[in-house]
Design a protein around this ligand. Structure first.
Ligand code: C2E
Ligand code: CA
Ligand code: CA
Length: 771
């Protein structure tokens, strides 16, 4: 069915061709022309509906136009022998048809949107055509003596109507990039109508109104092509034309515009301008064309320049805040650095700002809230800082400010910047309400060393400046949130060192150069170990022992942590299995192992761990995984699922360094954790700081309410131990009992029969130099 529907236009073309031939050879000519006209009206009325073309309005107008043309032709044929004005009744219909036809074209045009350039080009062509038709047809026709006025008017009207049609068709062709069959059929139809009218206009010069029968041929062909255009499936595309990307003067366009521009000159030379009317027509028409050309040219240049500016702006600015982006920033920094400036003491200062807590806002209130926050921070910075300061957004939540200024000015800027981000911001929540959020920022500050540099060197200097500012920012972040750090050269060395460590660590992990030390976790009432924490150790071939505080962070940044962490788990679990087998520890003894947030982002983490446990024969309850609070705060749905899987396995989960991070009670309740480890910093103050004592008391109360196991870490003195026991903390870990040691030393020190030596332990040197 749909195939047949799609082929209908071909059938129509065939029918039109047969009728046209019949008409041409004068066999049933009247019937043939009536059939073409009638079927064409039907095609325009129903064709668009057949293909679900929207909107229908232009097609209805076309149908009306075709109906009027058809009636016009019939009536004219019937009344051809009558005297004026009866003979002109047919023309009245045709003129009405033109009215509808022009309305249809205008409707199409309005659907496509008016393009300034297309209109200007169309007008140029139109004026050229109007000049030609006026001088060639309208004026000669008007000057034929002894004709009824109505005949003269109508004869002059056709060329003008044709001219308007030319304008609209040219305009449509200039506007759209679509050249589909339906559009081409329609265009050919209009061309044929134009040719037909031209024929009549030519004979009209001699006062004839009716020519030989064959002069109707172009109109019959026009009906045929028009009907096919309406039936063609691509008629749909006519109403939603794709605008031409660039309104350039392409070759086809020049072929249309060129003759129009040449028209006044050609007409002057060929026809002469002997009468005042002709002179005025040529003068005014020519001047109008020149003016339009000028407008068109300057308009094209301007819109080209505007597009260029827009493009450049997009390439160099952040779309969200409108601030310069990283690319623009480096150009501006280079410019600042290459400026020769006499004012001593003023250097280029760069402030690299990274928001803290932005991810939390994004996750809790949604991306629109996060976007709003970024925009607000950008606006605040702009208002707070001097106009001479350049503010750029260089990453999701990273801003850079640069300015050439003195040191006191730079420090004032730093304070203003921090103040901007610390003040509470209002965001719109996903539910439509508003929320006050408080974020902070870590900032790295750096100044260029030289007051000015040469342009060639500025490029490298700008990059170096950004790198140094970034390094200082990371240093600020490491030392805690909401801080700024001024760059110094030792940080560059630290970065280099970090890179070296990463390279060496990669090799160490591959070659299993790492080892594990075990620190006992003591039941305070008995002084006997209830478990041990596995702590990773690395003996670097050149640097000697490197502490985990240095290399774990490097491993986390470089994703080495997954391989490293997996190895630690395998190794410590099999160590526990050996101890259990050798009778070093009893059945209740557990192993605590630190796991990084990144490890918990691996969907098969729990599954693999389950396999490791089965292989070693260690029950899952004898393994405690120590996770950081950030896992619960910043973790995704995926980490959450991994935690649930781990609990399902039977593995225990403890929150390490408890109290240092976000410490929201809600987190503990919402996540499947079984214990907390009170951070060393609180244990430190026990016996001297009442505040720390209160914190530990609160943690114990909360943990017992939530049935969580509590371990205190970093216990160094008997006084701390006594306070902890008084507060009801049952388990602890610290140098008071023992440092982390290699497995053999651990077994030698803590296996049964070695009890009661904890008082001596304090003085013992660590077997593995670590803490
Ligand atoms: P942590 O989990 O908080 O481990 C406790 C740290 O405190 C250990 O440092 C331990 O040796 C030290 N410590 C124990 N008792 C005392 C004490 O009485 N006083 C003092 N001042 N310190 C004590 P270490 O071994 O240098 O480990 C540092 C951190 O490195 C660990 O902190 C842990 O976060 C991380 N880490 C160690 N091994 C691994 C591992 O295999 N995987 C992961 N992801 N992280 C690890
Ligand atoms: Ca730990
Ligand atoms: Ca800890």
């Amino acid at each position: 069915m749909s195939l047949r529907r799609d082929r209908l236009w071909l059938a129509f073309l065939a029918l039109g061709a047969i009728c046209t031939v019949l008409f041409a050879v004068n066999v049933a000519a009247d019937l043939a022309s009536a059939v073409i006209g009638g079927v064409c009206v039907l095609a325009w009325a129903f064709g668009p509906r057949l293909h679900g073309v929207r909107p229908r309005r232009p097609w209805r107008l076309m149908t009306a136009a075709a109906s009027f043309f058809l009636v016009g032709i019939i009536v004219r044929a019937m009344l051809v022998e009558q005297p004026a004005p009866i003979a002109q009744i047919g023309d009245a219909f045709t003129v009405c048809g033109f009215g509808f036809f022009i309305a249809a074209l205008v409707t199409f045009q309005s659907r496509w949107g008016m393009d300034r350039h297309a209109l200007l080009d169309g007008l140029i062509v139109c004026i050229g055509a109007a000049l030609a038709s006026t001088l060639l047809f309208v004026l000669p026709t008007a000057s034929i003596p002894g004709r009824p006025g109505i005949v003269t008017v109508i004869a002059g009207l056709y060329p003008l109507l044709d001219t308007v049609t030319v304008l609209l068709v040219a305009n449509l062709a200039f506007t759209t990039a679509v050249r589909q069959p339906s559009f081409m059929l329609m265009g050919s139809m209009m061309l044929l109508v134009f040719c037909g009218d031209l024929g009549y206009a030519i004979i009209g010069r001699n006062g004839d109104v009716t020519g030989p029968r064959l002069m109707a041929l172009p109109f019959l062909l026009a009906f045929t092509l028009g009907g096919a255009a309406a039936l063609h499936p691509t008629a749909k595309a006519l109403a939603r034309a794709t605008p031409l990307p660039i309104q350039a003067w392409s070759l086809p366009r020049m072929l249309l515009i060129g003759p129009a521009v040449a028209m006044p000159f050609v007409l002057t030379v060929t026809l002469g301008a002997e009468t005042p009317v002709k002179r005025w027509a040529l003068g005014l028409g020519g001047a109008a064309i020149v003016v339009l050309l000028l407008v068109r040219a300057s308009d094209a240049v301007q819109s080209h320049a505007a597009a260029q500016r827009r493009f450049e702006h997009q390439a160099t600015h952040d779309p969200l805040t409108g601030l310069p982006n990283r690319r623009m920033l480096s150009i501006m920094v280079e410019r600042l650095l290459s400026e020769e400036r006499p004012d001593r003491g003023a250097n280029v200062w760069m402030f690299y700002l990274d928001l803290d807590g932005f991810k939390l806002v994004n996750d809790s209130w949604g991306h629109p809230a996060g976007d709003q926050l970024i925009i607000d921070v950008g606006t605040r910075l702009r208002h707070a800082l001097p106009a001479a300061a350049t503010i750029a957004r260089v990453g999701g939540d990273e801003f850079v400010v640069v300015q050439r200024c003195t040191e006191p000015e730079a420090m004032a800027n730093a304070r203003r910047i921090m103040e901007c981000v610390e003040r509470p911001l209002v965001v719109v929540t996903a539910e439509g309400g508003t929320a006050d959020v408080v974020i902070g920022a870590s900032m790295g500050i750096v100044q260029s060393l030289k007051g000015g540099g040469r342009a060639e060197r500025a490029e490298g200097l700008a990059d170096a400046l950004m790198r140094d500012a970034d390094t200082a920012m990371y240093r600020a972040k490491e030392s805690g949130r909401n801080r700024w750090t001024v760059f110094d050269a030792s940080m560059r060395d630290a970065v280099r060192e970090r890179v070296e460590i990463e390279v060496a660590l990669r090799a160490a992990v591959a070659q299993e150069q790492l080892s594990i030390a075990y620190q006992p976790i003591i039941t305070m009432t008995t002084g006997r170990p209830a478990g041990a924490e596995a702590l990773c150790r690395w003996q670097h071939p050149v640097r000697g022992w490197i502490g985990p505080n240095m290399f774990i962070a490097v491993a986390e940044d470089s994703n080495l942590i997954s391989a490293l962490g997996a190895w630690v788990l395998r190794e410590s679990v099999s160590q526990l299995a050996r101890w259990r087998a050798d009778g070093v520890v009893d059945d209740t003894f557990w192993m605590s192992v630190n796991v990084s947030p990144r490890q918990l982002g691996d969907p098969v983490f729990a599954e693999r761990l389950g396999a490791t446990l089965r292989q070693s024969g260690v029950p899952a309850e004898n393994l405690v995984l120590e996770i950081t609070e950030s896992v619960m705060v910043e973790g995704s749905d995926l980490t959450e699922r991994v935690l649930v899987d781990l609990r399902a396995l039977g593995v225990r989960i403890s929150v390490d360094d408890f109290g240092t991070g976000f410490s929201a009670l809600g987190y503990l309740r919402r996540h499947p954790v079984t214990g907390v480890k009170i951070d060393r910093s609180f244990v430190n103050g026990l016996g001297t700081s009442a505040e720390d004592e209160e914190i530990v008391r609160a943690v114990v109360a909360m943990s017992s309410a939530l049935h969580l196991a509590v371990v205190a870490e970093g216990v160094e003195t008997p006084a701390q131990r006594d306070v902890l026991m008084a507060l009801g903390v049952p388990l602890a870990q610290g140098w008071l009992w023992g440092r982390a040691v290699d497995p053999a030393t651990f077994a030698g020190t803590w296996s049964d029969g070695q009890a009661g030596i904890q008082a001596v332990r304090v003085a013992l040197p660590a077997a593995v130099p670590s803490d």
